[in-house]
Design a binder for this molecule. Structure first.
Ligand code: HEM
Ligand code: HEM
Length: 240
């Protein structure tokens, strides 16, 4: 199934052509989406308890390793998260044109900002008809760039900086992110910033899941199933 750009969709609309389904999200992108989502939920849960440790377990200390297991799960999910993000950046280079949407915001296009505003009005129930988009709508693109691209980079560098404390100076993590510790005011502050980052991710997830399900119901195109099958179907493809 062919994949088309927003411009091609607009041209089809102008010619009054009918359009029912388009292939948008390729398999590596979809796999990354769900694995990344799983890793982030895991990181939030284990991260929460790293900062707010559970009460001491009864019995000999040597017989208990609960916090150790929680930190082990955190670090494993964290490294999957880092490798996944590098893979997603690579796919933005080699995937179809929708794959780079997450990383490239067309902020120089005035019409793009107009459409961001139009989406805000639609989400605020101030508009009756939604626009159709093959890929991400401009507001989703803007939100995902800040929350996911910049947010993930922030969590990766603060996380690796914290991880470098355990691996000691001169380690690979220290070489990559050791500079973050003094820059952000030391270990305790980096813990606090890293934790704040978790709550920002939690806010993103709540809004993102609400919008995905809401748009699946209210917009004139498939949303949730598109991130499962990769295909965007249009419920009503009459020209606007
Ligand atoms: C979305 C991604 C992530 C979330 C939500 C998250 C969440 C958290 C939270 C809430 C804490 C506890 C902070 C505190 O209150 O002291 C924490 C600690 C930590 N995280 Fe993450 N984290 C994420 C990604 C990462 C990454 C990518 C790494 C890098 C390897 C990492 C490494 C660490 C380390 C080393 C600690 C400190 C462990 C300790 O002090 O015992 N995290 N994380
Ligand atoms: C931790 C949880 C999640 C995170 C961090 C997350 C993150 C993302 C990101 C970064 C994208 C853009 C994909 C890309 O261009 O590479 C995306 C798209 C999408 N996500 Fe999630 N997601 C999460 C959970 C979910 C859940 C639970 C659902 C289903 C209800 C969902 C539905 C979607 C849909 C439908 C899209 C495509 C939107 C469109 O068609 O433009 N996501 N998500």
């Amino acid at each position: 199934m062919t994949s088309i750009s927003e411009e091609e969709l607009a041209e089809l609309r102008e010619r009054g052509k009918r359009l029912s389904a388009v292939y948008v999200y390729e398999a590596p992108l979809r796999a990354w989406h769900w694995l990344n989502a799983l890793a982030i939920v895991c990181l939030c849960l284990t991260g929460y308890f790293i900062g707010q440790p559970l009460p001491t377990m009864p019995g000999e200390a040597s017989a208990n390793f609960l916090m150790g297991y929680i930190r082990f799960v955190h670090f494993t999910a964290a490294l999957l998260f880092v490798v996944g993000f590098i893979g997603r950046m690579y796919w933005a280079l080699v995937g179809n044109h929708h794959a780079s949407q997450l990383f490239i915001l067309p902020f120089w296009k005035g019409v793009w900002w107009v459409e961001v505003w139009e989406e805000i009005r639609w989400y605020l129930f101030l508009k009756r008809e939604p626009r159709k988009y093959v890929g991400h709508n401009p507001l989703a693109q803007l939100a995902m760039f800040f929350f996911i691209v910049l947010g993930s980079l922030f969590m990766i560098f603060t996380g690796l900086a914290l991880y470098s404390e355990g691996l000691m100076q001169g380690s690979w993590a220290d070489k990559i992110a050791g500079w973050v510790l003094p820059m952000l005011g030391g270990s305790a502050d980096v813990h606090a910033y890293h934790r704040l980052g978790m709550w920002i991710f939690v806010v993103f997830i709540i809004i993102h899941v609400y919008v995905a399900i809401r748009e699946d119901i209210m917009s004139r195109q498939s949303i949730v199933s598109t991130m499962i099958s990769g295909v965007r179907t249009f419920k009503d493809d009459r020209a606007e």
